[in-house]
Ligand binder design. Structure first.
Ligand code: BJW
Ligand code: ZN
Length: 251
């Protein structure tokens, strides 16, 4: 399949001279690595729970062990997972576009593993925990008989350093994401259902200040009617082809 045939000529031309770009990725960007998207993450042991019943502070307060075990299982599954061509292509775009901000809702760290440098993690990172009482962060902790393990400083329960429903996003990350949306010439929305706020508002912020909106998704989302280009298909196929069409080389 020729990359040039895939895209309307004007998109390729408009991307060639872009200096400031922002990208928002969601679970669909990691799907081809074998990471389940958030809304089909409930299988096996977890099939009886909706994500909304696990990814909340209330769920953790009610049953901390169940929530900790769900994240521990997802962490374990990630051990066998590698970045996919969508991650590699985004790392390549960062090398081509002078001011490039990659905003991700994913907590899997796969963008960084593919070589992306300027990554804004809006919803935290699965490989970090923090104390639910004193807020102390840790990237290493001992799995003890007690689940969740306890904070070495204050004895409070550790929790994953991720953002649950009803919690505020990390302030600095949100400021960086908003500022990138407010100043970019092109905004890419990739593999996100676009229903979880405030991340879902970022492409609309970009649109209001005149940025070109490019969406890549398997299906239509609430953003689709507002997108200048809606590319329907797998991010791991479309992104490398787009990089090849715009900048040439391997993509
Ligand atoms: C492919 C593909 C392939 C598949 N190629 N595509 C305003 C209005 C209404 C509600 C709210 C509002 N403001 C706030 C809220 C409440 C809430 C919210 O948004 N609720 C909505 C559900 C209605 N938001 C919050 O609570 C946020 N906090 C907040 O706003 O603070 C202020 C506040 C505080 C107190 C009170 C009130 C306000 C926090 C949101 C935190 C979200 N956290 C999660 C969990 C993170 C940890 C974890 O992973 O466990 O983040 S929820 C979950 O959804 C996760 C994801 O990052 C996020 C987004 O999901 P994503 O990435 O879009 O995945 P999917 O699965 O939904 O979609 C995948 C897409 O990929 C699909 O479209 C596929 O088609 C596509 N795809 N394969 C291309 N190969
Ligand atoms: Zn503590």
């Amino acid at each position: 399949m020729s990359a040039e045939l895939l895209f309307r000529d004007d998109l390729v031309k408009r991307l060639r001279d872009v200096v400031r770009a922002a990208v928002l990725t969601g679970a669909g960007a990691s799907q081809e690595s074998g990471v389940r998207t958030f809304r089909d993450a409930q299988v096996g042991l977890w099939a009886q729970f909706r994500p909304e019943d696990l990814a909340t502070p209330e769920a953790f307060a009610r049953n901390p062990k169940r929530v900790w075990d769900w994240y521990a299982e997802r962490r374990r599954l990630l051990q066998d997972v590698e970045p996919n061509p969508a991650h590699w292509a985004l790392a390549e775009m960062e090398r081509r576009i002078p001011h490039f901000t990659l905003i991700t809702q994913n907590i899997d760290g796969l963008h960084q593993r593919a070589g992306s440098v300027h990554v804004v993690e809006l919803h935290g990172n699965l490989h970090r925990v923090r104390c639910s009482v004193c807020g102390r962060y840790a990237e290493r902790w001992d799995e003890t008989e007690e689940t969740p393990p306890r904070c070495v400083a204050c004895g409070g329960m550790l929790r994953p350093d991720v953002v649950w429903f009803g919690e505020f996003l990390p302030r600095l990350e949100w400021e960086r994401a908003r500022s990138a949306a407010e100043t970019c010439q092109v905004f890419f929305s990739i593999g996100t259902s676009g229903v979880v706020e405030p991340a879902a508002s970022l492409p609309f912020i970009a649109k209001r200040q005149g940025a070109l909106i490019v969406e890549i998704n398997l299906e239509a989302t609430p953003l689709t009617p507002s997108a200048d280009y809606s590319l329907r298909g797998k991010a791991g196929e479309i992104l490398p082809a787009l990089v090849r069409a715009v900048w040439g080389g391997e993509g």
